[in-house]
Design a protein around this ligand. Structure first.
Ligand SMILES: C[S@@+](CC[C@H](N)C(=O)[O-])C[C@H]1O[C@@H](n2cnc3c(N)ncnc32)[C@H](O)[C@@H]1O
Length: 583
């Protein structure tokens, strides 16, 4: 237990901020590399680092040699020489552009992470679980949003009463209202994949998960501090994202339902460029639900906003299908007749047909209507779960080289992953109830996630499709799964310690000539919670190289044969991030 100090210690950190510290742990044991020590740890609120080693600690080492070129720090203790080094001393430090800053967290350069408390999340399934205070020790949202029932603190835990700015009485009741307003929504069957823009702590998504809808909840890192970190700690699909100047990292025609409740976005500004981005990622025939003051308040400014919104939505060919209380719901057309019947010069214009609607990496937004590449007369999607296992229409437009038909390749992939996942569940000592947040770092058709659903395993999967390969993300969404485009040479838009299991199939082979593999391992270590698992399927040679790096970040590793036996081409490297405080 920490002790309270009568006189606060003022700790000045590199940013020149000074924090008063009134509590400290006395003589805590720690280990860095092969160096063991004991020291007092003062508690201050840190957001980016778990631990700062201060000037006093350095002084306790005695004479220290710092080599800035090799990035090493050398000292002697009890007659033994110790060298601390960054994981890869050949790395390049890069300046990042303002554009990158919108999306990205800084690159993890060093692996020094110590957690003072155990961080095994509480295992209850959403929507109601509580989370440990020590896992996300930030009380700003309690102070700012407690009155709206977003979050409350109860001793050593945070609780989520299910409220939001526009639904203080709870997301469940709010969802009942939406279903009653528009029975066609049919949560869990017709509407299976949703996007919540400006999600707060993601209670809307949490209650939809319980109704069989996979909702991706997004919000930026803004004054609503740590909201995505809370969402992920609750076990709800979420990531850091902002609707601003660039395309969201999701393909066109991805979501069946998109929601914004008081998300603070001015939809009609700049010729509707942000609503047009919503239109791009919304499925034809899909719904946009808006809960905000202009829907129900009658003051002049609100009325004006409502009329502007109605006008823009109509010009985009959307139809207002329900409006009740503070919620309005529009539907995007299910056929192309409205687009074809627009008058010449009508605004917004249609986007250039040669632009790829699914290309998203650093693509600047444009105020035009994105039509799907193959613009059929009528759009439709299958209800869930039928859409999970049936080859999606968009499969046919993928450029893949194969001797079999695309449908046959898809079916073979589906069966292949079911067999593999059955093997994982049988053969590895994974505790199903300890895992919720899973990432497939190179997801292809989403076969791994689909197989988990097939095996009725209650984890959700963030299917990541690297931008260096074929863009299969549309297929993943068409199957009723969620995912995101990403360049693994850059950090992923999430908080530290937010995933329980990372699945990696052939990623290192794919990226070895583009990215620094050590950086990918460090990024994986950052986003993996202590105790979490990494499953890496690679060739024997690559698995052995990766094992060296995995050991250097202190994961416990096992190199295993796959279901193809000892002569199989691939090996499975199973790793666990063992908590460092557990020594
Ligand atoms: C008032 S809160 C509402 C939260 C939640 N929807 C609710 O009803 O409780 C506003 C939310 O919008 C998010 N937000 C603001 N501007 C945004 C933008 N440009 N893109 C995405 N999210 C945004 C904020 O981070 C926050 O999550």
């Amino acid at each position: 237990m920490p002790v309270t100090t009568p006189h606060p210690l003022h700790v000045e950190v590199a940013s020149a901020h000074s924090f008063p510290s009134t509590q400290r742990y006395q003589q805590l044991s720690y280990r860095i590399g092969d160096f063991f020590g004991q020291a007092d740890f003062h508690i201050i609120p840190l957001t980016r680092y778990d631990l700062i080693l201060g000037a006093g600690w350095f002084a306790s080492l005695g004479a220290v040699t710092v080599d800035l070129q090799l990035q090493t720090l050398t000292f002697s203790h009890d007659g033994t020489q110790h060298i601390f080094s960054s994981i890869d001393s050949r790395q390049d430090y890069q300046l990042i552009s303002g554009k990158q800053f919108i999306r990205s967290l800084p690159k993890a350069h060093c692996a020094a992470i110590l957690s003072v408390q155990p961080v095994q999340p509480i295992a209850d399934a959403p929507p109601l679980p509580q989370v440990w205070y020590n896992n996300v020790p930030h009380t700003r949202l309690v102070a700012d949003k407690g009155g709206q029932n977003w979050i409350a603190i109860a001793k050593d835990k945070f609780k989520f009463p299910g409220g939001g700015t526009q639904f203080a009485h709870g997301a469940d009741q709010y969802l009942d209202q939406m279903s009653q307003m528009l029975p066609d929504l049919k949560f869990g069957t017709h509407v299976r994949v949703a996007l919540d823009i400006g999600c707060g702590v993601a209670s809307w998504g949490a209650y939809l998960l319980a109704r069989g809808v996979l909702t991706l909840s997004i919000a930026p890192k803004d004054v609503h501090e740590n909201q995505i970190q809370f969402a992920l700690e609750r076990g709800i699909p979420a990531m850091i994202a902002v609707l601003a100047t660039h395309r969201l990292l999701y393909p066109s025609q991805a979501f069946d339902l998109i929601h914004c409740s008081r998300c603070r976005i001015e939809w009609t500004r700049d010729d509707g460029v942000l609503l047009l981005e919503v239109d791009r990622v919304l499925k034809a025939g899909g719904y946009f639900a808006w809960a905000a003051q202009p829907v129900y308040k009658h003051e002049e400014s609100n009325q004006r906003t409502w009329l502007d919104m109605e006008d823009l939505a109509t010009r985009m060919c959307w139809k207002l299908v329900a409006k009740q209380g503070y919620i309005a719901i529009w539907q995007k057309p299910i056929d192309k007749s409205c687009y074809s019947n627009r008058l010449p010069g009508a605004l917004p214009t249609l986007c250039d047909i040669n632009e790829d609607p699914d290309s998203v990496w650093y693509v600047t937004l444009k105020a035009c209507i994105t039509l799907p590449r193959n613009n059929p007369d009528k759009f439709f999607w299958l209800d869930y779960p039928a859409r999970l296992d049936n080859p999606p229409v968009r499969l046919q437009s993928l450029h893949i080289d194969a001797i079999a038909s695309k449908n046959e390749v898809f079916e073979a992939d589906r069966r292949y992953w079911i067999e593999i996942v059955q093997g994982y569940l049988r053969g590895l000592s994974l505790k199903i109830e300890d895992i919720r947040n899973v990432m497939d770092m190179r997801a292809c058709y989403g076969g791994f996630a689909a197989a988990l659903a097939d095996q009725k395993v209650d984890w959700w999967v963030m299917n990541v499709v690297p931008i260096s390969g074929i863009n299969t993300l549309p297929i993943i969404y068409d199957r009723g799964l969620i995912g995101v485009a990403h360049d693994w040479c850059e950090p992923f838009d999430t908080y530290p310690r937010t995933y329980d299991l990372l699945h990696v199939h052939g990623l290192f082979t794919l990226e070895q000539d583009r990215c620094n593999i050590a950086h990918i391992i460090l990024e994986m270590d950052r986003i993996l919670r202590p105790g979490g698992w990494v499953l890496i399927r690679e060739s024997m040679a690559m698995a052995l190289s990766v094992e060296v790096l995995a050991k250097s970040v202190r994961w416990k590793t096992h190199l295993l044969d796959t279901e193809n036996g000892p002569f199989g081409k691939d090996k499975l490297l199973s790793c666990q991030k063992v908590p460092w405080h557990g020594f």
